[in-house]
Design a protein around this ligand. Structure first.
Ligand code: ZN
Ligand code: ZN
Length: 337
């Protein structure tokens, strides 16, 4: 793509040329880096900022989501990695992964796609930069990204707990809990309302930031979305490697934390960090389970250790099924009142 500053733009304020649009920026175009020049070329080529942002956002989401899932699909197919699987006997079959992919794709095209196309006008109305160049410096981006992580984790923690109340669970969140041993592709396998509710935590952080500070660029939001997708997919991967992030950053949740939520149905409601669950005591069962597992497998050889682990995982999962049934029974009770 080459820059054509005479291309015609179709904008909400009428037609205008790209040169007019970018001329108003007072930018020395010769100083732009390669990414910034491609960014400009994209907006000029598409000719409509709303559509250009919508297409770019949707492609980014699909590429990152499925791109990040592929390594986990490969890992699931290689028995060597089983020793790091949190629920070793629960490896998803190709049929299960395909069923899940179809569900996720349906949701992407019917719910997330339209919402993504609405993002541009909403973002602009909050004062976010979209087509503008140059991009902000990484020094400006880092505190913004930190804020988005902290905000999303807090929002998710409380709304996820709400989704576990009987009626919301039965009608909305149950779908996401279909997999008691999750895998990467299951990260966004959820009811459309859940996608909207929990997606708010991801999107509202950047909008809230714009409300107070005028220096947010959508490219920073793209970096945030990429990191957030990596976080969500990895948390559902079902694997805890010695090099997983939670072993380096102790307050990072990771798969080891969220896998327990799917297996035991209780505790660990947050996404990225462990602090809300620790602070409000919603990790007590998880910590007790970890301690029991540690004590029971101490000093055992690999074969015995595996047998004990499998037995304890199965018991915890049974308890999880019972807890889920109890919540659904309460929902029935509420309906009949
Ligand atoms: Zn849940
Ligand atoms: Zn989950």
């Amino acid at each position: 793509m080459s820059l054509n500053l005479n291309a015609t733009f179709v904008g909400s304020s009428g037609d205008f040329t790209a040169s007019q649009l970018y001329a108003g920026l007072n930018v020395d175009f010769s100083q732009l880096n390669w990414f910034e020049r491609q960014w400009m070329a994209w907006y000029i080529w598409i000719g409509n900022p709303l559509i250009a942002t919508g297409i770019a956002s949707f492609i980014l989401h699909e590429t990152v989501y499925f791109g990040r899932c592929i390594p986990w699909i490969i890992i699931d197919a290689i028995p060597y990695f089983r020793k790091w699987k949190l629920q070793p006997s629960k490896v998803p079959t190709p049929e299960e992964q395909w069923e899940c992919t179809k569900g996720v794709l349906f949701s992407h095209f019917t719910v997330e796609g339209p919402a993504i196309f609405l993002f541009h006008p909403v973002a602009e109305s909050f004062g976010m930069s979209t087509w503008q160049v140059p991009f902000p410096s990484w020094q400006a981006m880092i505190p913004q990204l930190a804020f988005f992580f902290i905000f999303e984790d807090m929002f998710h923690y409380f709304s996820h707990q709400l989704l576990h109340t009987p009626l919301l669970y039965k009608h909305i969140h149950k779908l996401h809990h279909k997999y008691s041993a999750p895998f990467g592709l299951a990260a966004e396998y959820a009811h459309p309302l859940e996608v909207m509710i929990l997606g708010t935590g991801t999107i509202f952080g950047p909008l809230l930031y714009c409300w107070f500070r005028p220096n947010l660029h959508i490219v920073t939001v793209y970096i945030w979305i990429t990191l957030r997708l990596f976080q969500a997919i990895d948390a559902h991967s079902g694997y805890d490697f010695p090099w997983s992030l939670q072993h380096i950053v102790p307050f990072w949740s990771g798969a080891e934390h969220h896998d327990f939520h799917h297996m035991a149905f209780v505790n660990n409601f947050s996404t990225s960090f462990r602090w809300w669950d620790r602070l409000l005591g919603t990790d007590k069962k998880y910590l007790a389970y970890r301690e029991r597992m540690r004590a029971a497998t101490k000093g055992l050889d690999a074969a015995k250790r595996k047998a004990v682990e499998e037995k304890m995982v199965a018991e915890e999962e049974e308890a999880g099924f019972a807890a889920e049934k109890e919540v659904e029974r309460q929902a029935e009770g509420k309906k009949n009142q």
